[in-house]
Design a protein around this ligand. Structure first.
Ligand SMILES: Cc1cc2nc3c(=O)[nH]c(=O)nc-3n(C[C@H](O)[C@H](O)[C@H](O)COP(=O)(O)O)c2cc1C
Length: 319
């Protein structure tokens, strides 16, 4: 037991990350049933773009209900604070309403800054809030603590998906943050096995949040082609997209995106980047888009079950 297993009421302090298009009820439940905690991300369980917000909401509601049928363990849903200074929630109150109506008890909330009013709204409903700043600093983690977050995720720039504009590694950030906050800290970015988890725990983390490693699992809905691309790629081959704060495996679509973006084309002119999560990662059309991963993907050698990923870590660390 540690502060994270207690807070989330789970067996092991290992959380599978929210990932656009590549979480699903089956996957989330598999992580939960293996003793960790799964997080439903945007477009969970879908293969088509929703035609409107109502459809998006209905899909999420169904997926939450499905998780509850597949496991009686605790799971979380990705929540999104306003991403710019307008204070406007990307989905209006839609996400909040669904979370409350479906009695979701845990959220991983992402944002550029702590939004105190959002935090209060969630806490008033008795929801446990794990806050993940998109550009983590000592300052914004302390702000999250002040405004009542239950735990924080510190994401190093080795992370898959969108990484921090400050480009600070987990080794840089984590010890600075765990030295000054009292909240339990969860480490993210480049952790793929027990060795990485042990290092994070040595730096004061009490949990790990892993995306890339969990894509290459049997239960993840990503396409076999994308999973194989993760197994095959070497760390040094992974391409960084200039000014986008993302990387890609050099699939044909990834190479096209890299070329266009690094030539300075506007992102709107780079369909290969925008298509990535759905077309390539989920559907396996490797010439259509990017595959966003951590450079640690180079260390992933085989597709494992969620249980095997979790067991390897737990056998390696003593926390
Ligand atoms: C393909 C992919 C999609 C992602 N989509 C989201 C998302 O929709 N929402 C979110 O909060 N984070 C998203 N992330 C970030 C993850 O939640 C997590 O912070 C990251 O994967 C951790 O780093 P790791 O991949 O090195 O384990 C995504 C990551 C990946 C790899």
């Amino acid at each position: 037991m540690n502060k994270i297993t207690e807070l989330l009421n789970i067996e092991y302090p290992i959380i599978s990350a929210a990932m656009n298009w590549v979480t699903s009820a089956e996957f989330v439940a598999a992580v939960c049933n293996a003793g960790g905690m799964g997080v439903l991300g945007p477009n969970a369980g879908q293969k088509l773009h929703p035609t409107n917000l109502k459809e998006y909401a209905d899909n999420l509601r169904n997926e939450i209900r499905k998780v509850k049928q597949l496991t009686n363990k605790n799971f979380a849903v990705n929540y999104i604070f306003p991403l710019d200074d307008s204070g406007t929630l990307p989905f209006g109150s839609l996400l909040f309403d669904i979370i409350v109506e479906e009695e979701v008890k845990y959220v991983v909330a992402i944002g550029n800054q702590m939004v105190a009013s959002e935090m209060i709204k969630l806490k008033e409903q008795g929801i446990t809030v794990i806050y993940r700043p998109l550009n983590p600093t000592v300052h914004n983690i302390l702000e999250a603590e002040k405004h009542g977050a239950d735990a924080v995720i510190v994401t190093g720039s080795e992370a898959g998906g969108h990484f921090s504009q400050y480009n600070l590694s987990l080794f840089t950030l984590l010890p600075q943050i765990t030295a000054v906050v009292n909240l339990p800290v969860i480490a993210a970015g480049g952790i793929i096995d027990g060795r990485g988890a042990k290092a994070a725990f040595a730096m004061g983390a009490q949990g790990v949040y892993m995306g890339t490693r969990f894509i290459a699992t049997v239960e993840n809905p990503a396409s076999p082609a994308a999973k194989q691309a993760i197994i095959d790629v070497k760390s040094e081959e992974i391409l960084e997209l200039d000014g986008v704060y993302e990387r890609t495996i050099p699939t044909p679509g990834g190479k096209k995106a890299y070329q266009l973006i690094n030539e300075g084309k506007s992102l709107d002119a780079v369909p290969y980047h925008k298509n990535g999560y759905k077309e390539t990662l989920l559907l396996g059309n490797l010439d259509q888009g990017t595959i966003s991963v951590s450079p640690s993907a180079g260390g992933i050698q085989e597709i494992l079950t969620c249980q095997e990923v979790i067991d390897e870590i737990i056998n390696y660390i003593s926390y």
